[in-house]
Design a protein around this ligand. Structure first.
Ligand code: 8DG
Ligand code: MG
Length: 210
């Protein structure tokens, strides 16, 4: 004997009723009569869930919200600048959560449509008021900060640059993010260094032209 097997979840009833989706299996006759009566009940308009209703359903909205919450954070792109002056480099002590109280380079997030050079010029200007030129690509690293309340993944493009006016002095224009800027000899860098730059130094990185 043949019986129609219907889906339990009536929100997918239309899809499941396509002929190609019907299954034929053997069942006792009592179950078949129950099956057919329930099947006709499902086909009444009051039980059919339209596509529009499904899209507007609170359940779907909740599921989408849950998906959004569960989505992993995306990697971000930052440009870090090795600003060189004679034999010294500009560094400042961080006051933000990632690398708090550690010394690091001026750096910031790449904005949409910006190239690395434009980002370096803008970030240095915003953080120190300095104008830079002769910007050259040095290195790119991928840095994970998993010990943060909100873990972060930064792809960091390191460039080097020099002052366009060597008499300019750095200002601390974002005092909530940095303790202040100063020039440091490469072989006498301030301590403690921020993790990613510390690792680069230990691996032999040197931003000065050789
Ligand atoms: P923005 O909002 O002004 O664009 O950014 P920001 O607040 O100035 O960003 P940032 O923390 O100075 O730099 C962005 C991220 O780059 C930082 O959270 C971690 C990562 N980063 C590294 N290495 C270095 C580094 O040597 N110096 C700096 N400043 N950031 C670095 O992975
Ligand atoms: Mg910064």
């Amino acid at each position: 004997m043949a019986a129609i097997v219907w889906p339990i979840n009536n929100t997918t009833i239309i899809h499941k009723l396509l002929p190609s989706k019907l299954h034929t299996i053997s069942y006792p006759s009592s179950l078949i009569s129950y099956t057919l009566s329930f099947f006709s009940h499902l086909l009444t308009s009051s039980n059919m869930v339209s596509a529009a209703e499904q899209i507007n359903s609170p359940t779907l909205a909740k599921a989408n919200e849950d998906d959004h919450v569960a989505a992993p954070p995306s990697p971000q792109v930052a440009v870090a600048i090795c600003l060189l002056r004679d034999k010294r480099i500009l560094m400042g002590r961080r006051l933000v959560s990632i690398g708090n109280s550690k010394y690091s380079l001026p750096s910031g997030h790449l904005e949409f449509g910006e190239n690395f050079e434009e980002c370096a010029i803008r970030e240095i200007k915003e953080e120190t008021g300095l104008d830079i030129g002769k910007i050259e690509f040095l290195k790119v690293t991928n840095n994970l900060f998993m010990d943060q309340p909100k873990p972060a993944d930064y792809v960091v493009v390191f460039v080097r640059a020099v002052l366009t006016d060597p008499t300019q002095t750095p200002l601390n224009l974002e005092p909530e993010k940095c303790d202040g800027w100063d020039w440091y000899e490469w072989d006498n860098l301030p301590q403690p260094l921020f993790g990613p730059i510390k690792k680069m130094v230990m691996d032999g990185f040197n931003p000065f032209p050789q």
